[in-house]
Write a protein that binds this ligand. Structure first.
Ligand code: NAD
Length: 501
């Protein structure tokens, strides 16, 4: 059993009957408890509108753990006894005082020294209200630490993000705010720094002398499912690029930090975001393209067009796909395009980074463009986790002929049971007060600044060809053209892919 008293805390989950709490948060808390990372000195208070008693709430928590496929062990009833529920309207001041009393009671019962974590697992329009009432009604206290975990979307453009930030900063200091980007909890995203900074065979090559381009793909096979209402207002650029994609760019491109502290890593990531070449509104179309899915077929099943999805405007101009070309204006990266693409209803669910190295100046095996195989480093982020390296080897029995050889390392093949989910890792980091893998306000602001220009251009210039890609494909042709103009092509995302050109 862990006796680390840094984990002694109360966790208040706003939105405890919602999808995020049930699919991610409850299983993560149970997994931490099962592994002994949380001991008996904690409580969880679920807050939501629905009327529920503690018993019904605990049953929901048990069901959500069972559905997550985490095996329940004998101590589950003791675990569940830490969970309490309050039916709550977050806009009603009085309810915060009731919450405060319950927190005090549970702190006494479980011997918790006043540490309080507030998790906003509900719609963002309430974040500011909740934060200000937590402060005005004295729920944030001075007996222990107070931490606020906040979900995406963090605003829908820079001005709204700035307003939200000002609202929550009235009640919480920057170092008490943990802005979740769950990609930063993924094992292989965290591994990017290790691959780069702990391997002599990569870091010396990690620059514009040896790398020809970088490709980051995050594709989903699902459509908008039951999130049509939210998604039609957001689109792929806000939902994926502003946060996850730009975070991956900054980890791939940052300079080695002088140490592994939160501040040093952040400061290097922020420098990358500042160095991304800004576009004018008129230049956006040269660098960014968008798409929207039509009907099609995925895994043998016919699926509808985006415009026919539930709660989506039948004339919608919202993009479900984005591809773009970024340039980083600094000494290391000048001249190396970083291509990103993300979308829904694509061929396969997959997040991958492909680093394509430059050709050797005089390759003795070069015969024509067709037999040249660039070296690739592929970082598989999800669903499989690992790295592959594509090298040139000799084609058996054919003198002078080469063939691509792929070396694979699979991270989650080794011991999947020990590989915690992103939310579990991030929740644990926040409990311990480690904010390295959370986004700082400066990162959020710089990302919105970049993305807002693209939206301005797109708002002025409505599309006429939507839908422009069939479900089950890798997006519209314009995304291929973006690379073809530079003499490149997207590398395949399937794991058994043939990397021949
Ligand atoms: P949800 O709609 O399933 O749940 C919303 C919760 O908020 C419910 O528990 C509801 O009772 C509660 N609620 C709503 N109005 C309330 C009020 N006035 N007072 C008290 N409680 C109220 O939403 P979700 O999918 O769980 O998402 C929650 C947040 O997390 C959102 O900001 C969302 O964008 C973000 N998010 C969700 C996911 C996901 O996988 N579901 C992923 C990333 C981010």
């Amino acid at each position: 059993m862990n006796n680390d008293n840094r984990t002694y805390c109360s966790i208040v989950i706003f939105g405890a009957t919602g999808d995020l709490a049930n699919r991610k948060l409850f299983p993560s808390i149970y997994s931490l408890y099962k592994k002994g990372k949380l001991n008996e000195n904690f409580s969880v208070i679920g807050v939501a509108r629905r009327e529920l008693d503690n018993e019904a709430f605990r049953n929901n928590v048990r069901t959500s753990i069972q559905e997550s496929k985490i095996e329940l062990v004998d101590n589950v009833e003791t675990f569940l006894s830490h969970f309490h529920y309050v039916s709550f309207d977050v806009t009603d001041k009085q309810h915060y005082q009731d919450l405060n009393m319950l927190l005090h009671d549970l702190e006494g019962q479980f011997n918790i020294p006043g540490n309080r974590m507030f998790y906003m697992a509900m719609a963002p329009e309430f974040f500011g209200t909740i934060a200000s009432y937590l402060k005005s009604e004295g729920v944030t206290n001075d007996q222990g630490w107070n931490r606020l975990i906040i979900e995406k979307p963090f605003g829908h453009d820079l001005p709204s993000a700035q307003k939200l930030n000002n609202d929550i900063r009235e009640a919480f200091q920057e170092d008490e705010i943990y802005r979740i980007d769950h990609y930063l909890g993924k094992a292989m995203v965290q591994n990017i720094e290790v691959i780069r900074f702990a391997n002599a065979i990569f870091e010396p090559l990690w620059n514009n002398r040896y790398i020809s381009n970088i490709q980051i793909t995050s594709s989903e096979s699902l459509g908008v499912e039951d999130r049509g209402g939210y998604y039609d207002q957001a689109g792929a650029l806000r939902d994926m690029v502003q946060n996850h994609m730009l975070q991956m760019v900054s980890l791939l491109a940052m300079e080695p930090p002088i140490s592994l502290t939160t501040e040093e890593i952040r400061s290097e990531k922020i420098k990358v975001l500042r160095a991304i070449k800004r576009m004018t509104v008129d230049e956006v179309d040269q660098y960014f393209v968008r798409g929207q899915y039509d009907e099609g077929n995925i895994y043998g099943k016919d699926v509808p067009a985006y415009r026919s999805e539930n709660k989506v405007d039948p004339q919608s101009n919202t993009e479900t796909f984005v591809a773009g070309k970024l340039s980083i204006n600094n000494f290391r990266w000048a001249g190396v395009p970083i291509y990103i693409r993300t979308g829904k209803r694509m061929t396969e669910k997959s997040t991958k980074v492909v680093i394509q190295f430059k050709e050797l100046p005089m390759n003795l095996y070069y015969k024509s463009e067709d037999n040249m195989h660039p070296n690739l480093l592929i970082i598989h982020i999800q669903p499989d986790e690992g790295i592959s390296i594509v090298l040139n080897g000799k084609k058996l029995n054919i003198p002078g002929e080469t063939t691509p050889v792929k070396l694979d390392y699979c991270n989650n093949c080794l011991d999947e049971s020990n590989n915690p989910e992103a939310y579990e890792k991030l929740l644990y980091d926040a409990i311990l007060g480690d904010s390295t893998n959370f986004t700082h306000w400066d990162e959020v602001a710089l990302s919105w600044q970049f993305v807002d220009t693209i939206y301005k251009a797109w708002e002025n210039n409505k599309v006429s060809d939507f839908p422009n890609y069939r479900s089950g494909t890798m997006g519209p042709k314009v995304a291929d053209d973006l690379l073809a103009e530079d003499g490149f092509h997207w590398w395949p995302i399937l794991d058994d892919s043939d990397y021949s050109i």
